[in-house]
Write a protein that binds this ligand. Structure first.
Ligand SMILES: C[S@@+](CC[C@H](N)C(=O)[O-])C[C@H]1O[C@@H](n2cnc3c(N)ncnc32)[C@H](O)[C@@H]1O
Length: 202
């Protein structure tokens, strides 16, 4: 699909009864977050809540935001079934202003916006980190278009690890790299951009 996907498109996609994404958390998040001490987490563009649910199960107090009311409803149902106390917020990230300095972990997974919009969201995401807090982003890399599989076909919404690093000034970069993700029935892996960074202590 060319051009950024709109909220109505997401609502339509999420309207199917099955989960659009996996029930299990993103593998790279698991690898990076498993050792962190549970505290307050913010999941921006949470979709059906797979990552928020996993964090809540580990003891994190999670706020999870998405602008698709259909996705949020699905996520709420899953959280209720698992007795997970997640604060869901249905909001457009271009308008949503998270509390500054309030979260020990801020996640942005597979949010593919045009650069100007992404910059705005990422600057608020970085601002929401408490001192010492972890910023974690994974998304479809620009090189995925030619060398990978799946993901958006509009280069405007793809990015590189370096793009993301430039958009979170003030954070200490721990990792900025491309990672490969096996995809069922595909003859090659998907290529994701991954950035992990930390807000310095006061
Ligand atoms: C590919 S899904 C990823 C969902 C989730 N992060 C995951 O990894 O399972 C992208 C999500 O971004 C959300 N999204 C896109 N643009 C948004 C915006 N401007 N404000 C809030 N959510 C947005 C969509 O509704 C969708 O749920």
């Amino acid at each position: 699909m060319r051009g950024p996907v709109q909220r109505e498109d997401w609502d339509r996609r999420y309207a199917e009864p099955n989960l659009l994404w996996s029930a299990t958390p993103n593998r790279f998040l698991v690898r990076e977050a498993i050792g962190l001490a549970p505290a307050r987490a913010l999941d921006l563009a949470c979709g059906e809540g797979r990552n928020a649910l996993w964090l809540a199960d580990l003891g994190w107090h999670v706020t999870a935001v998405d602008y698709s009311s259909v996705a949020i409803e699905k996520a709420r149902k899953r959280a209720a079934a698992e007795a997970a106390a997640i604060a869901f917020v249905c909001a457009d990230l271009l308008e949503y202003e998270p509390e500054r300095g309030a979260y020990e972990l801020v996640l942005v997974l597979y949010l593919q916006l045009p650069a100007a919009e992404r910059r705005l969201v990422l600057s608020r995401a970085a601002g929401a980190l408490a001192p010492g807090g972890t910023f974690f982003l994974v998304g479809h890399d620009l090189t995925n278009l030619r060398d990978g599989v799946g993901g958006p076909s509009d280069p405007e919404v793809l990015y590189t690890p370096d793009d993301i690093v430039a958009e979170v000034p003030g954070l200490v970069v721990v990792k900025a790299e491309r990672v490969l993700r096996d995809v069922a029935d595909a003859d090659r892996p998907a290529i994701d951009a991954l950035v992990r960074a930390r807000r310095p202590e006061r």
